[in-house]
Design a protein. Structure first.
Length: 410
């Protein structure tokens, strides 16, 4: 009689575990659509309506100030969630505060009729979105075992295609004004984040540090530099991606080129998903991230080199898709590596905010690189430079020392 009961208990525990991972991935998607549709769709439309001929200047200013706000908010809310966790109240309340803040911020954005109003409302959106994302990443470090972080990192790659699809669907919905679309966006964010926010906390058994703290800190420093280099290369590519494809034969109209780039981006978001899930799980099984990170950096650089050498659009698309697979895999496994190396349970939110700088600073670094290296009609020098940066990021990971392979935890 006890065997079936034990089996049922194990099956129930596994079901709850996979449900938690799904809730976590969906909440991350909710945090991502808290800002992604804003910058890809709604902000350009709002700036066009408010600023007219000065739209590029206003858009650049808002994007830069919004980036600085995101940096400060991610560090701040990560630190606040650390304080909440230390007091025993947990991090989940910050998810709900962020969801409510996003609803208010988007209402302010919809009503903004001046450049200052647009700027302030975008800052509010960035602060609220990071009130969700900063504690959420700390929850991954708190409640998901190291032996499952690679697979979870693969699940997080769902956020970009969900965000892109959300932006496309909101624009395509007929007969709705801006306020109605943004209300639907806020409702969608709440529906994705709330299930995790109201879920029960999970406690992991205490684990001894796999490496001495000094070595863990050296690992984190190398990993931070590596990610900064790859993200800077990615931002430099994204900045000129439309112009790169538009210049390749056969020539297209501006509208057709924009549609082509949009469809290519959707494919580039979707194609890496099975790779990140499979290889993330494999890295969990063998207890090593470094070999996969080195291989991912090499694949990413190879894709950029193919793009630099491409003389036709099909070859360029193939190179871009290879780049996308390598880059997404690197980011997914890098996040898992960083979380399992965090030196202090008390400061996980703060330390993950430091990692987040490698997502925000490259927006400035990549822009400068692209501006210096790109020339009209020839993007090969820029692409070769970005490939070199990517390879350099992979080589930096050689300085990382991983502990002996750990057993897979579930």
């Amino acid at each position: 009689m006890t065997a079936p009961s034990a089996s049922a208990a194990v099956a129930d525990g596994n079901a709850r575990h996979w449900r938690f991972l799904l809730l976590f991935a969906l909440a991350n998607a909710g945090g991502t659509i808290g800002y992604l549709p804003l910058f890809t769709v709604f902000l350009p439309m709002k700036v066009e309506a408010v600023a007219g001929a000065e739209r590029l200047n206003l858009f650049t200013l808002v994007a830069m100030v919004g980036t600085l706000a995101a940096i400060a908010a991610n560090l701040g809310f990560g630190w606040l969630s650390d304080r909440s966790a230390a007091r025993g109240t947990g991090r989940r309340r910050w998810l709900l505060i962020g969801v409510i803040g996003l609803a208010i911020a988007y209402a302010l954005f919809a009503q903004a009729q001046s450049p200052l109003g647009v700027l302030l409302s975008v800052v509010a959106v960035q602060c609220a979105a990071n009130a969700v994302l900063a504690p959420l990443m700390a929850l991954m470090a708190d409640e998901i075992p190291d032996g499952q972080k690679g697979f979870t990192g693969g699940l997080l790659a769902l956020a970009n295609p969900i965000g892109a699809a959300t932006a496309w669907a909101l624009v395509k919905l007929p007969g709705l004004g801006e306020m109605a679309r943004l209300e639907l966006l806020s409702l969608g964010i709440a529906s994705l984040v709330a299930p995790l926010a109201f879920s029960a906390s999970r406690r992991l058994p205490a684990q001894a540090a796999a490496l001495p703290r000094a070595q863990a800190r050296r690992n984190l420093a190398a990993a931070w530099i590596a990610r900064l280099l790859l993200q800077s290369a990615g931002n430099g590519l994204t900045l000129y991606l439309y112009y790169y494809f538009a210049d390749l034969p056969p020539r297209q109209s501006a509208l057709d080129a924009a549609d082509f780039v949009g469809r290519t981006l959707v494919l580039a978001y979707l194609l890496p998903l099975p790779c990140t899930l499979l290889l993330g799980r494999l890295s969990d099984r063998i207890g090593r991230r470094k070999p996969f990170l080195l291989a991912a950096a090499a694949v990413t650089a190879g894709g950029l080199a193919v793009m630099a050498l491409a003389a036709s659009r099909p070859v360029a698309v193939a190179g871009f898709l290879v780049y996308g697979v390598g880059a997404q895999l690197f980011m997914a496994l890098h996040g898992a590596f960083w979380m399992q190396e965090l030196p202090s349970e008390r400061h996980r939110g703060r330390d993950l905010g430091i990692l987040n700088l490698t997502n925000t600073l490259p927006a400035l670094i990549g822009t400068a690189i692209a501006w210096l290296a790109a020339t009209p009609g020839s993007f090969a020098p820029l692409l070769f430079l970005l490939a070199a940066l990517t390879l350099a990021g992979g080589l930096v990971m050689l300085a990382v020392r991983e502990p002996a392979a750990a057993a897979d935890q579930g």
